[in-house]
Design a protein around this ligand. Structure first.
Ligand code: NAP
Length: 524
């Protein structure tokens, strides 16, 4: 491995001395501790990282889009340079296979480059110009110009289930850095080694592109201690988080109770309902079962978009059920990310199977051992489902619940669901047209509505919405994937009556950056 793992936090351009008893990553497949001890920083070191971020914000937020783009591209290049280290350490820390590590690394560098292109092009700032009319009657109209500006230092919590794409240099970090915000990353205890490999790459990129010290820090230690210290510090202006509902709620509460409350963008739990309309499931039952099985078991079901709830109209879908049973019963077990997540899945599935009215439709014949999970499918009648809110919750892993009832009952149940990241419908063209009520109801509960597809596989692009009403996220007005994520780390500012040379370049009359703007109400 080319990266020398030191096991200490990165405080700007220096390393922490570390404190207290160290922790080690555990190989979830074997339960063995992995080499390298990781130490939490002292509170003085956390304060130092925050002070550096505050100072860096002044310089970093004033850089041009082109300069920030250069930094983001350099991070991507540095990560590409350590992909073999990631592939060596990653599977040991996460149980995820090598191809997933390579794919996720490519996604991570791809999204860094996408944000680089966005900020280099520059129109994302949503520049608006209303020229003044000093002679307007009865009152003169002031010259008013607005655009998005960065919020300030952002705390990012790494996700257990995306050690790269939602971790140290993942989507939240890329969006915040692109916006002009320094980032303080809290590593996830499951994959500290990958965090350090990527953290060192970010620091090399920051130095190579002359970024101010403090634009990035990486902190080990517990969420309740180090993570909370970040959330509560007055310098920090926003939080990005992916994880449990309880963790997200704790951060939201802490952020709301600060003297100056700040936004927490937490992605927490979603069961991603899939509605199967009668003709589609009768004509394509086996194909839908194959697709559902693949989506459900992808990454041992540890995706926030995992399809954990399926609505099946009563009297339809025999072939679908048969094929799904066949695939589930012969499915192998899969290593989960860590012992805690595996235990949580086993507890959730055992609660479902013990719930009156819930039947086990299919369970893998493979023995569920140690940190491995096996897929399972339950079913319940829609009326019973409506009575028991516990059945609406997330089983984080390869488990799904089929809810059976009439189409009318299914439509009436959708508004009772919690907020979702995604909602999917399978239907023929005629069925979709005839069931606009279901499509509309799903749109009101989810951030992304999918027709004749499956929810896993989240494209990183300009039009992706990976967000949704609570509790899928803490704030359904934004996305954590795709370029719209940059908006979460900005606030709009208006400049009134400013002379041209004191305005940001984006708002000057001669439009030196050549960006798309709204001028006097017209897009130009
Ligand atoms: P987690 O326990 O919420 O931990 C995520 C991060 O938040 C960790 O850094 C953790 O710190 C920190 N944290 C947790 N609770 C906190 C609190 N009360 N105060 C301050 N910081 C806190 O999530 P996880 O480890 O990723 O997985 C646990 C469960 O979360 C899973 O079984 C699953 O149910 C759910 N999950 C859902 C999704 C989704 O996208 N829907 C994704 C991942 C996980 P430590 O390092 O100290 O633990």
């Amino acid at each position: 491995m080319t990266t020398d793992l030191q096991g200490t936090s990165i405080i700007g351009y220096t390393r922490s001395q570390g404190t207290g008893s160290p922790s080690q990553a555990t190989n979830p497949a074997s339960g063995e501790k992995l080499a390298t001890e990781f130490f939490a920083p002292t509170h003085d070191e956390v304060d130092r990282a925050i002070e550096l971020a505050a100072a860096a914000f002044l310089e970093y937020s004033a850089l041009s889009g082109g300069e920030r783009a250069e930094f983001l591209r350099k991070i991507a290049e540095e990560i590409d340079g350590v992909v073999e280290d990631i592939v060596e350490r990653g599977p040991l820390e996460t149980g995820l296979p090598e191809p997933r590590m390579r794919g996720e690394t490519a996604r991570t560098t791809g999204q860094l480059r996408l944000f680089a292109d966005l900020v280099e092009e520059g129109s994302w700032v949503d520049a608006r110009i209303e020229r003044g009319q000093p002679d307007r009657e009865p009152l003169p109209k002031p010259d008013l110009r607005s655009m998005r500006r960065p919020l300030g230092p952002v705390a990012v919590f790494c996700a257990s289930n995306f050690p790269l794409a939602f971790s140290v240099a993942g989507g939240d970090t890329a969006a915040a850095l692109a916006a002009g915000c320094p980032v303080l990353v809290k590593a996830h205890h499951s994959h500290p080694g990958i965090a350090e490999i990527v953290g060192q790459a970010v620091v090399r990129a920051a130095k190579a592109t002359n970024m101010p010290e403090g634009v990035f820090s990486l902190l080990y230690g517990s969420g309740r201690d180090i993570g909370m210290a970040l959330v509560k510090d007055p310098v920090v202006q926003a939080v990005g988080f992916t994880g449990s509902r309880s963790g997200g709620l704790a951060l939201m509460e802490a952020a709301a109770n600060r003297p100056q409350p700040i936004p927490v963008y937490a992605e927490m739990s979603s069961v991603n309902p899939v509605v199967l309309l009668p003709e589609a499931v009768d004509s394509r039952g086996e194909e839908i079962a194959e697709g559902l099985f693949a989506s459900l078991t992808l990454g041992a079901g540890q995706f926030c978009t995992n399809p954990g709830l399926v609505f099946l109209p009563e009297g339809h879908g025999d072939a679908f059920i048969e094929k799904l049973k066949e695939r589930i019963e012969t499915a192998p077990s899969a290593v989960m990310l860590n012992a805690g997540i595996c235990q949580a899945f086993k507890d959730a599935t055992s609660d479902f199977s013990d719930t009156p009215g819930v039947e086990t439709v299919a369970h893998s014949f493979t023995k569920q051992v140690d940190h491995r999970a096996v897929p399972v499918v339950f079913s319940v009648k829609v009326r019973r489902f409506l009575e028991d809110a516990d059945l609406h919750g997330e089983m984080f892993g390869p488990g799904t619940l089929i809810v059976r009832g009439s189409l009318e009952e299914i439509e009436a149940t959708i508004p009772e669901l919690e907020g979702q990241l995604t909602a999917t419908v399978h239907g023929t063209e005629a069925e979709l047209a005839a069931n606009r009520g279901i499509l509309g109801a799903l749109e009101r509960r989810a951030g992304r509505v999918i027709v004749n597809g499956f929810p896993t596989g989240v494209e990183v692009c300009h039009s992706m919405v990976h967000g949704g009403p609570f509790p899928s996220t803490s704030d359904g007005r934004s996305t954590s994937v795709g370029t719209m994520a940059i908006e979460r780390f900005c606030r709009p500012v208006s400049w009134q009556g400013f002379p041209q040379d004191l305005l940001p370049a984006e708002l000057r009359d001669d439009n030196p950056l050549g960006i798309s703007r709204m001028v006097d109400g017209k897009r130009v």
